[in-house]
Design a protein around this ligand. Structure first.
Ligand code: MG
Length: 203
C-alpha cells in the first residue's frame, strides 16, 4: 500500500544518540535508581536535573550533539520525492526533537516533554503534554485530521514499548531493529534498515 503519511519515532529511529541517557549522565544521576514508579521516577530525575542541568549545558551537550541515523536522510528524501508526508511523533523533549526535525527538514513534529529553565538558565521542571504513550495516539489522530486520512492509512515506525499503542492505532506498526517479543507481537512488519520501508510501499 501507499501510506498517506509515514510517522517516525525519534530516539532509536531517526537518531542514534541516546538523549535521555546522556542527559541523566550529564546530571550525574545514579544508575541504580532505575526501577521506581514513573511519577516518582520523574520527580527523582527532575531533582538531579535541577542540581546539574543548565539550558546552556543542555543545548551544547545534548541538542547540538544529536546523531542522525545515516539511513534516515535517505528514506526521508525518498518519501518526500514520492510526495508522502512524514512526521515525527516523539515522547522526547522539544528542543532536541526540533533540532532533528530541522536537520532532516521535517516540518511536522510532535513531542511530549518540555523542559522549563529559569531566567538564569537553570533547569526548573519538566512538563508533559499528556501521559506517555497516549500522547503518540492523540498526536497521530490530530495529524490525520489535518491530512484528511485515517490512522489505518498510515505507517508508524518505532522501536520500543511506548510505540505499541501507535502500532495498534495505525495497524501498520513497523518495528525497527528490535528483538523484544512484546514489540514484535504488535508489529505489522519488522525491519533492520530504514530503507526497507521502500519495499513496503507498493501500489
Ligand atoms: Mg524510540
Amino acid at each position: 500500500m501507499i501510506p498517506k503519511i509515514v510517522f517516525f519515532d525519534c530516539d532509536g529511529v531517526l537518531i542514534t544518540s541516546n538523549t535521555w541517557e546522556s542527559l541523566l549522565k550529564l546530571a550525574k544521576f545514579p544508575k541504580n535508581e532505575n526501577d521506581r514508579l514513573w511519577k516518582k521516577w520523574i520527580e527523582i530525575q527532575s531533582g538531579y536535573l535541577r542540581k546539574n542541568l543548565t539550558k546552556q549545558k543542555y543545548q551544547k551537550e545534548i541538542v547540538e550533539k544529536i546523531l542522525i541515523n545515516k539511513d534516515a536522510r535517505e528514506i526521508i528524501t525518498y518519501l518526500k520525492k514520492k510526495n508522502i508526508p512524514v512526521a515525527i511523533i516523539s515522547s522526547g523533549e522539544i528542543d532536541y526533537v526540533r533540532a532533528v526535525a530541522n536537520e532532516l527538514k521535517i516540518k511536522i513534529f510532535k513531542v511530549n516533554t518540555y523542559f522549563r529553565f529559569n531566567q538564569a538558565g537553570k533547569f526548573v521542571r519538566m512538563d508533559f503534554h499528556t501521559e506517555d504513550p497516549i500522547a503518540k495516539v492523540s498526536h497521530i489522530k490530530e495529524i490525520c485530521r489535518l491530512y484528511n486520512c485515517l490512522p489505518e492509512e498510515t505507517f508508524f515506525v518505532g522501536d520500543s514499548n511506548n510505540d505499541l499503542k501507535a502500532f495498534k492505532l495505525t495497524q501498520h506498526g513497523i518495528l525497527y531493529k528490535t528483538k523484544d517479543p512484546d514489540c514484535q507481537k504488535f508489529a505489522w512488519k519488522m525491519i533492520e534498515n530504514l530503507n526497507e520501508l521502500k519495499n513496503l510501499i507498493t501500489v
